[in-house]
Design a protein around this ligand. Sequence first.
Ligand SMILES: [Zn+2]
Length: 355
Amino acid sequence: MTIRALRILPPFAIGRLGSALEPLDNYTIEDDPDHPLGFRRIKGAPTLIVDEATGEIREARVAPNPTFKQGERIRPVAPFLEVFALTDDDDVLKPLTLDLLHRNGLDETKISWHAVVANRKVVRRTDKEDDLVKADSGWFSGHGPQQLKGHCKNFIDRTAFVDFGHVRFIKPTPQFPEIRLRFMPAKGLIYGPNATADGKPDPVIPARRAIYDSTKGWFDFGADGDDAGKSEAFHNETLPPALYATAREAATEKAFTGKYWNQNVKGTYYCAVCGNRLFRSDAKFASTCGWPSFFEPSRKNSVLYREDNSAGMHRTEVLCARCDSHLGHIFDDGVPPTHKRYCMNSISLDFQPDK
Ligand SMILES: [Zn+2]
């Protein structure tokens, strides 16, 4: 049983960011025999539980009802990548185990791994290799977690990195003798430039995650119209980070920092994500709150409302009716005739002056 070749399977594995402590349980999806045309059922499948201290698999257990969240936190999808061997006695892939290693005069200490992980979001858009964010674990053989630090030539310095999570060589045991690697994705934080186009700190991205060098131009991508002809989906999946944080994760820009809070120019405000017409300058009023404020949208159905009990407050969230992007909140301390105050994030708006 001489090993001729090795394969890592699956060849294509999906990880997903999440901030819960426990990764998602394994599950399968099966037909409901009583309703073969109805929704299929999610059913727990054997899940390998890794001992965080030793890197060994402690047990395989089946969750009766797999849950995708732990409290409010998303459970990351942390795939195992398993090694299979082709031997000279047949053409069948079989798991590479301690036993198979021993029969070839080897043991687990002879195994080394090398993981390379990249985020291609920006480079896919700009076509500039210096925008590639890449983590390289180097060769390792131990069973501790190997952090994946995503570095980029266009970050502010060589120490700045995006946390991609970690990989670890799962320590094989007599009970779980297979050779496998696990990828544990990071929490999924939003990183951004160290300054915005006006040279000031980004009002949304925390300073320690403002690591893209703003002089390298990457964050301005799309602003000069060279994206003409590219699809709306393309634009949506490559939103600038501060807009993504606001529109998709309901972050709030700091008061008095946005580009429109004290603007008094005639024109129209559109959704910065999808271009939906939202407000006219006639409905904008000078508010001391530090965010652009309007007493009514340009059309009743331009926006949607949703109850928001986050951050220990009871508020009503305002969303773009076309693309569901978070815009801000509505309050009752506005001016006549409506006495409402649509308190918006500048970043969520795109202003076009009247001609
Ligand atoms: Zn929109």
